[in-house]
Design a protein around this ligand. Structure first.
Ligand code: HEM
Length: 206
């Protein structure tokens, strides 16, 4: 009995060591911060300016707790990607972002109510990927949970040139764009009631 227990412990430990880095799930704090941001998305304001080399974004909240959560989230994601771990690897846009991460430069400056981010790409593909990421984050902010399970298209392969500089904004107060006709445009099925909490119940799949 003792021997089989020891064997079990050894094999579980060996399995954990052998697991590829990308298979590691999010730590609870990072997971909780993401959930808080989805829950509180209506209290977040965000504006994005696309530039020739990427984008700048200002993301803020009047609620100091949410402002702190935003800063903590970005720091946690940054550390995760810096250490070679993946996020949302089932989502083509994030999978692509992780693969091109070495070609992305992220500068984060805290503001009184949140943070300003300047993301630039070192290659034309990375510029497109940065801009795509900016627009996905804006969708998270604008739509909240209904956007959580949406697979966002990758852009690098089909991208001849970066988008021309332009400004767009997303405020947390936006209606759920997925709800047109009551149906979601993504994988998550119908919006609002069906999507919101149902998304939370699903595994984060990171
Ligand atoms: C599915 C959940 C999410 C994942 C996996 C995720 C992942 C990431 C990653 C990987 C980055 C880039 C960090 C870096 O380049 O070092 C990032 C940045 C950021 N995320 Fe999230 N995120 C999620 C949800 C959200 C939500 C719900 C919000 C806000 C409502 C949010 C706001 C931001 C902001 C403000 C940035 C900084 C970049 C920018 O301003 O464009 N994220 N996130």
């Amino acid at each position: 009995m003792k021997t089989s227990l020891s064997l079990l412990i050894v094999s579980v430990a060996a399995g954990a060591l052998a697991a590829p880095a990308f298979a590691q799930g999010l730590p609870p704090e990072a997971h909780d911060n993401i959930h808080r941001l989805f829950d509180q998305h209506a209290a977040v304001q965000r504006s994005v300016t696309l530039t020739a080399t990427g984008y700048t974004a200002l993301t803020e909240s009047d609620d100091p707790e949410i402002a702190r959560t935003l800063r903590a989230h970005v720091q946690q994601m940054r550390e995760r990607l810096d250490s070679g771990l993946a996020v949302r690897r089932w989502d083509p846009a994030y999978d692509e972002m992780v693969r091109h991460y070495k070609d992305l430069d992220l500068k984060v400056e805290p503001t009184a109510k949140g943070l300003r981010v300047v993301m630039t790409g070192k290659t034309p593909a990375a510029v497109k990927i940065a801009q795509n990421h900016a627009q996905i984050v804006s969708k998270f902010v604008a739509k909240g949970w209904p956007e959580h399970d949406v697979k966002h298209p990758a852009v690098a392969a089909s991208a001849p040139a970066p988008a021309a500089p332009k400004e767009n904004t997303a405020t947390g107060g936006a209606q759920c764009g997925n709800c047109g006709g009551g149906k979601s445009g993504g994988e998550s099925g119908s919006c609002a009631g069906n999507c919101g909490r149902a998304a939370e119940k699903q595994a984060e799949r990171k």
